[in-house]
Design a protein. Structure first.
Length: 458
């Protein structure tokens, strides 16, 4: 009886500890990883590194010098040599370690064994990146970081760079307009596309950038950010008036570049290889980011007059996509579908959009429109996005690389508040003054909000 009572006394705390660990793993995976998962994964890695590498075919025959030295000093069997391992660096989401590849090995050999390494060391995922020739980094992720997204506290981001989402390897996904000037973002209703757009606008608001919006849904998506927008078009007619102004702004900037660098005035814009970033800072025009929400609305026509207007708008969008980067004009095109069925010019415009982000879509054809021409293997990943995970998307670019990302939650009110906070940073662009959106004044004492035009600020 005494032994049974002792077991009961000991078993109670053990059961409570096990239950607490199970609860933390389900509800607070970051805490579980830091307290339980990290020590266990580290012990597994250290104790089984050599055997796991051998089982994965990542070992090589020892050198002749090593073979002779082992035989001369000991009688033990000479085993194949695994890649030399660096220090293990723990993180809040996993582990990192570098491997120096043996002669004859390549990073693809390690990447092909990532799934085996994941199971052998009991982690959620293993990612392989090349650091330099002969050295790769293994990034072990301890849990599903996309289930509950928490962005890193510190992210190095400069001008026209916005950490907008978290990648599945626990690294931030930074939207860099200098590196990827134009992007196409697709997603069905309630897929998280609007959340992605909010983060972009909120992230660009504190920067010296002009934000321009075209929202043909009467402005319901972009109007809340009117305090930070330099121009807003809420229907196709207004868009048809705004786009020529942006094209003229682009042409004026090319004239400025020509004058500064001594290029002949009659030189075609297509032959100018420089850009505004080569100008002195005091002469450099402010960058412009154009957001186009529901781009399909610009392509839909009902009459011949609408068709002529559509052709003009598409031509102007294509010109901005082809030539806007050097003039500091960048495009962020969003929609639910975007393919040849929209009409003339759609495929040509899509080809100019280097970056691609595909949220959950309603059919495989939509995923192929976004990713099929740059990363065919990413199409299946986009089609597998579940409705229960809004904000999850597949991001790719014309280099062929792609990754899963997820945008953290940001309420419309919080995003609008950020825009109001930095409303004084709206640059003075005379050409866009006719398109300045009206800003709703905050209600006082329960009265209805007042809408008034916002004066341009310097």
């Amino acid at each position: 009886m005494t032994d049974l009572a002792t077991l009961v006394e000991v078993g109670g705390p053990v059961a409570a500890l096990g239950g607490g660990a199970a609860y933390a793993r389900a509800k607070h995976p970051g805490v579980y990883w830091s307290t339980v998962g990290l020590p266990i994964a580290t012990a597994r890695l250290l104790s089984s590194y050599g055997s796991v590498m051998e089982a994965c075919g990542l070992t090589v025959a020892p050198s002749r010098l090593r073979l002779l030295s082992v035989k001369a000093t000991t009688r033990r069997e000479v085993r194949p040599v695994p890649p030399r391992r660096g220090l293990i660096r723990p993180t809040s989401t996993g582990l990192r370690l570098r491997l120096r590849l043996a002669p004859g090995q390549e990073p693809a050999d390690v990447a092909a064994s990532a799934e085996r390494l994941r199971h052998a060391w009991g982690v959620h995922a293993v990612y392989v990146t090349t650091v330099k020739p002969g050295v790769v980094e293994l990034r072990l992720v301890g849990f599903d970081v996309l289930r509950r997204v928490r962005m890193p506290r510190k992210v190095d981001a400069g001008l026209l760079q916005v950490p907008v989402a978290l990648r599945e390897d626990a690294m931030p996904f930074v939207r860099d307009y200098r590196a990827v000037p134009h992007q196409l973002t697709l997603g069905a209703t309630l897929s998280g596309k609007s959340m992605y757009l909010r983060h972009l606008i909120a992230g660009l608001s504190p920067q010296p950038v002009a934000l321009v919006g075209i929202d043909c849904k009467r402005g319901v998506e972009l109007a809340p950010f009117a305090s930070r927008l330099s121009a807003l078009a809420t229907d196709p007619q207004q868009a048809a008036e705004l786009l020529p102004v942006l094209v003229k702004e682009m042409e004026d900037r090319y004239d400025l570049i020509k004058a500064r660098q001594g290029i002949a005035p009659d030189t075609p814009a297509e032959e100018i290889t420089s850009d505004i970033w080569g100008l002195p800072e005091h002469e450099r025009p402010v960058p412009v980011v154009l957001f186009v929400d529901e781009v399909a609305e610009l392509f839909l026509v009902a009459t011949r007059t609408d068709e002529e207007r559509r052709d003009e708008m598409v031509t102007q969008l294509i010109r901005l996509a082809q030539l806007g980067r050097a003039a500091g004009i960048y495009l962020e095109v969003c929609g639910q579908r975007f393919g040849a069925e929209l009409g003339k010019g759609a495929t040509m415009l899509r080809a100019q959009l280097t970056g691609r982000v595909c949220h959950r879509v309603n059919d495989e054809a939509s995923a192929k429109m976004a990713l099929g021409d740059i990363a065919p293997e990413a199409v299946l990943a986009a089609c597998a996005i579940a409705p229960e995970r809004p904000g999850l998307a597949v991001a790719g670019d014309t280099s062929g690389g792609w990754s899963r990302i997820r945008t953290p939650y940001l309420s419309l009110g919080d995003a609008a508040e950020i825009c109001r906070e930095f409303g004084h940073l709206v640059p003075d662009l005379p050409a866009l003054k006719p398109f300045l959106p009206e800003v709703a004044v905050q209600p006082v004492g329960g009265l209805a909000p007042v809408v008034s035009p916002r004066p341009a600020t310097g």
